[in-house]
Design a protein around this ligand. Structure first.
Ligand code: 5GP
Length: 121
């Protein structure tokens, strides 16, 4: 499901909307979530909005998915919250509206610094 309208993330890529960008490659960009849910909460997305979700991306361009995961890992290494182990993080791809996905431009949430033992949510 791709839209002809630029997504909010495409507008961040184009620097039409300000964001705190923390990492960038030719194909992937990472920026602080505007409504953080954890001490570290970064959105990692593809610069292209060709793929709406991780399932489409994995099927269509697995190398790009691997690049996105590598950027997520780099961010978690470099920006670990105070007192937390660098490189330990949650990687969440909401997939579909009933999962909480609101932006249909594939992206991962990198979360670190809070973890409730035994809970996935
Ligand atoms: P989703 O709910 O689709 O998995 O995640 C979308 C995320 O994008 C949300 O966590 C939301 O806070 C974040 N977001 C939405 N609009 C903006 C924005 O304009 N700037 C930034 N930095 N994050 C945004």
């Amino acid at each position: 499901m791709t839209s002809l309208e630029p997504s909010i993330f495409s507008r961040i890529v184009a620097r039409e909307i300000p964001a705190t960008i923390v990492a960038e490659t030719d194909n992937v960009i990472a920026f602080r979530d505007i409504a953080p849910q954890a001490p570290l909460h970064v959105v990692v997305t593809t610069k292209s909005q060709e793929y709406a979700n991780v399932v489409e991306l994995a099927a269509g361009d697995p190398a790009l998915l691997a690049e996105l995961v590598a950027v997520a890992s780099q961010v978690a290494e470099e920006l670990a919250p105070e007192g937390k182990t660098p490189g330990q993080f949650r990687l969440i791809f909401n997939t579909g509206p009933e999962s909480g996905q609101t932006v249909f431009h594939v992206h991962a949430h990198v979360l670190a610094g809070t973890f409730k033992e035994g809970s996935l949510v």
